[in-house]
Design a protein around this ligand. Structure first.
Ligand SMILES: Cc1ncc(COP(=O)(O)O)c(C=O)c1O
Length: 448
């Protein structure tokens, strides 16, 4: 092992002390996928407090596409700190906010006049996008999808799909939210071809206007072009086109939530670009700030301008320190070189994952949309019953051997790979070998 260097078990003695302090000082519900306690990080590497060197295959759940601490981002933050930290966009005007908004207006799809609102988190961006759509249309209804994750405020949690991990115990939820299924080809119902299943899903979109809600009372469709938490499921172009068509027909706002699928991860700056569909509003966060808390709602100027003066905004939104980081991050994310590298990283990982699908009885499916890669575990390949135990065991084992990982999927039966795109081929191969060894051990243990 060249890049992974373990000096103690994980967690080591210093980490254990910190984990005890975390348990004592913070709420139990604040989960963590590993027991890694970080000392510093650079590119694709993380060092823990016991001096262990690990490879980061979680990238802060897709927050670190540009790698940890790119030089230009760090320098921009330092320079900004020398000038001022924040003066609040509701009180004063500062250039980083405007420059970032201008960049996002020009880099997002859509040949129309756009405007950008900056916020702090993905959740806040989604919340604002939905509120703007409601104000603009003067309608209450929102259509969202099975497997979606849109955040954890009460409104965005209501749009989020999965109960067990996210929603349990937090109801009741706001009304006027309608949820429809999405085509997940791995789980195409028996006896149906993929084409028939897709067709059923597309027809179901229109059927919702008979069976569920009056289109004239729907403000927005909100959809992730690739489901993130839901298990890296790419929405087919025809499905997205039908949503666009319905939005145009009934005056509904189409919101694309690109918080996890954007930022160059799939080989295009935004995943919806794979479909040719142009949304009215887009939400962006995670890797936008290279780790700094900044998010954006970018949309048609007439929608973004629809509220009364003072109807949107907040104390911290568009922090100059986060905005300068995002400006530099976005320069990297939107470069040809970076997007080509994302495709290369995706191909490299996918070619390895494909062999696992052949080799291992409990690897039901592997998916890669650019460098958004995932392994789905099942108890039995024939009935595809989700296996919740094995990903937890594999994850624990792989982390103990030096890679940082996180799960995903509506059933929590997947391990997703979101390494920084700057991770080298050698590092990727080394990390994938660690993961494969853990998968092999889990199979051996079960006699598979
Ligand atoms: C698609 C999507 N939307 C919204 C969010 C919420 O973002 P945040 O955690 O920054 O509030 C996430 C976070 O994982 C996400 O993946």
């Amino acid at each position: 092992m060249k890049y992974i260097q373990l000096k103690t078990e994980i967690p080591g003695p210093k980490a254990k002390v910190m984990l005890e302090r975390r348990a004592a000082a913070t709420p139990k519900g604040l989960a963590k996928s590993t027991e890694v306690v970080v000392e510093r990080a650079e590119g694709g590497l993380v060092w823990d407090v016991d001096g262990n060197q690990l490879l980061d295959f979680a990238g802060g759940i897709g927050m670190i596409n540009v790698g940890h601490r790119p030089e230009t981002v760090v320098n921009a933050i330092k320079e900004q700190l020398e000038k001022y930290i924040h003066t609040c966009s509701l009180v004063t005007t500062f250039e980083p906010y405007i420059e970032l908004a201008e960049m996002l207006n020009s880099l997002t799809p859509g040949d129309f006049s756009k405007k950008t609102l900056l916020c702090n988190t993905g959740t806040e961006a989604v919340e604002n996008a939905v509120m703007l759509a409601r104000y603009y249309t003067r309608r209450p209804g929102i259509i969202c999808f099975e497997g979606a994750y849109h955040g954890r405020s009460l409104l965005t949690l209501s749009l989020t799909s999965k109960y067990s991990l996210f929603k349990k115990g937090f109801g009741s939820f706001p009304s006027d939210i309608y949820r429809l299924p999405v085509p997940n080809f791995y789980r195409t119902p028996n006896g149906m071809s993929e084409a028939e299943y897709l067709d059923w899903n597309i027809k179901n979109l229109e059927h919702a206007f008979i069976a569920q809600v009056d289109p004239e009372s729907v403000a927005a469709f909100i959809i992730e072009p690739v489901l993130g938490e839901g298990g890296f499921i790419q929405m087919p172009a025809a499905f997205m086109q039908k949503i666009r068509e319905l939005c145009d027909k009934y005056g509904i706002v189409m919101i694309a939530d690109e918080i996890q699928s954007g930022s160059g991860r799939t080989g295009k700056l935004f995943a919806i670009e794979h479909t040719g569909v142009v949304p009215d509003v887009m939400t962006i966060a995670k890797s936008l700030g290279a780790g700094m808390p900044v998010s954006a709602v970018v949309g048609k100027a007439e929608i973004m301008d629809c509220t009364h003066l003072g109807g949107i905004g907040g104390t911290y939104g568009g922090s100059p320190v986060a905005a300068v980081a995002a400006i530099e991050s976005l320069k990297i994310l939107s470069s040809r070189e970076f997007l080509d590298r994302a495709k290369h990283v995706g191909n490299l990982i996918k070619s390895t994952l494909d062999t696992w699908k052949e080799k291992y009885a409990l690897v039901g499916d592997v998916r890669a949309i650019g460098a958004m890669c995932l392994v789905e575990f099942v108890k039995d390949k024939s009935n595809k019953e989700p296996d919740l135990e094995i990903p937890l065991e594999v994850l624990k084992d792989a982390v103990a051997h030096g890679i940082i990982l996180i799960r995903a999927g509506l059933y929590s039966n997947c391990i997703r790979l979101l390494p920084p795109i700057v991770m080298t081929d050698e590092q990727l191969h080394e990390g994938l070998q660690v993961l494969e060894d853990a998968i092999a051990r889990a199979h051996e243990k079960r006699g598979k």
